[in-house]
Design a protein around this ligand. Structure first.
Ligand SMILES: Cc1cc2nc3c(=O)[nH]c(=O)nc-3n(C[C@H](O)[C@H](O)[C@H](O)COP(=O)(O)O)c2cc1C
Length: 327
């Protein structure tokens, strides 16, 4: 079994975490990942205090293992954040703060509630800022990933962040989907991986079945970075674009973002209807380039076990053959 120090810090068995992906996470998915020994996380963005409390109770009904609650720092509702602290999850996952926000204030409140703090960063200065503010773990997120990402690819970014924030442990995110990815992340100095897209295509994921199938069908070359989903939603994200499936909706507005701003209300209504009905050509599907590595829709717990086992086999069987004794 592969165990790294971050497993002890977060009280988990496998160094494999679920990204708290807003409405793309639910209690069943979080519980399944945590029950299997990974770290589940519920996206609390836009949830009311009551919804957070109900969903946390639902997770706790299914497992007593640690899990996290995820907040987008730039757009955090104070009443929801306060409720989350009252619930005392093992981990508070933060991401995407505005430059003027005081991270230490958020992190201290989480620590006072007995939580570990993780912060996701897509650039070295942002990771250093979070480490200095007291984050227990930094998630280094490369631009291959799904959803909102920065500008640096995982391969250079992860070791750069490892070097910059050490001894604070780092989890690697963005483009990781299997045991090979876990071993690559460990080689880069990270202590584990955090996955988004891979967990979207699981039995427990709340995505419409058509969207799960679109991830399986993707060859990984059909994603695009744009501001189009945010413009439609009326959101101003601090320093990110969204990586999503390049479908009819994205192609319609690419290069015509000004027109999307003019027609935002109508476009958003169409987008929401398409999401509900499972229309993969007109609905938004945030996904990473690692969609090309995803070929099935397993149970999330089985996936955690599979990734852990595959990584161990690579480390103990495949890689050792490349080490030769000096003559
Ligand atoms: C649909 C979707 C929604 C996401 N929402 C959030 C979020 O609300 N908070 C967050 O910290 N990260 C969010 N992320 C980013 C993930 O936490 C993670 O960094 C990313 O998915 C990693 O790349 P991967 O998709 O290649 O695994 C989201 C990702 C996706 C695909």
């Amino acid at each position: 079994m592969i165990r790294t120090p971050v497993c002890d810090l977060l009280d988990i068995e496998h160094p494999i975490a679920l990204g708290g992906m807003g409405s793309a996470t639910n209690a069943a998915l979080v519980a399944a990942v945590s029950r299997a020994g990974g770290l589940g996380a519920l996206g609390c963005h836009y949830l009311t205090p009551q919804q957070i409390s109900e969903r946390t109770a639902a997770i706790r009904q299914e497992t007593n293992k640690p899990f996290g609650l995820n907040f987008l720092t730039f757009d955090t509702r104070e009443d929801s954040f306060a409720e989350a602290l009252e619930l005392r999850p093992s981990v508070m996952q933060f991401a995407w703060a505005r430059p003027d926000q005081d991270l230490r204030a958020y992190f201290s409140r989480a620590h006072d509630a007995g939580c570990r703090v993780t912060y996701m960063a897509g650039a070295v200065p942002e990771a250093v800022r979070a480490a200095k503010a007291g984050a227990d773990v930094i998630i280094a997120q490369g631009s291959e990933g799904g959803g909102h990402v920065g500008w640096m690819g995982s391969l250079p970014l992860i070791p750069m962040i490892v070097d910059a924030v050490g001894p604070v442990p780092v989890l690697a995110a963005g483009g990781f989907a299997d045991g090979r990815g876990l071993i690559a992340a460990l080689s880069l100095g990270a202590q584990g991986i955090l996955l988004g897209t891979r967990f979207l295509a699981t039995v427990e994921s709340p995505l419409h079945p058509n969207f799960k199938q679109a991830i399986v069908d993707s060859d990984g070359h059909d994603t695009q970075l744009s501001e189009i989903p945010d413009i439609a939603a009326g959101l101003v994200w601090p320093g990110a674009m969204t990586r999503s499936r390049r479908n009819r909706f994205v192609e319609r507005w690419s290069g015509r973002e000004w027109a999307l701003r003019q027609n935002r209300v109508e476009a958003l209504a169409r987008l929401r209807a398409a999401r509900e009905s499972g229309d993969v050509d007109e609905g938004p599907l945030s996904m990473g380039q690692d969609a090309g590595l995803i070929h099935d829709i397993p149970r999330a717990g089985d996936l955690v076990t599979r990734i852990a086992r595959e990584a161990e086999q690579i480390l103990t069987q495949k890689l050792t053959q490349f080490v030769s004794k000096p003559n």
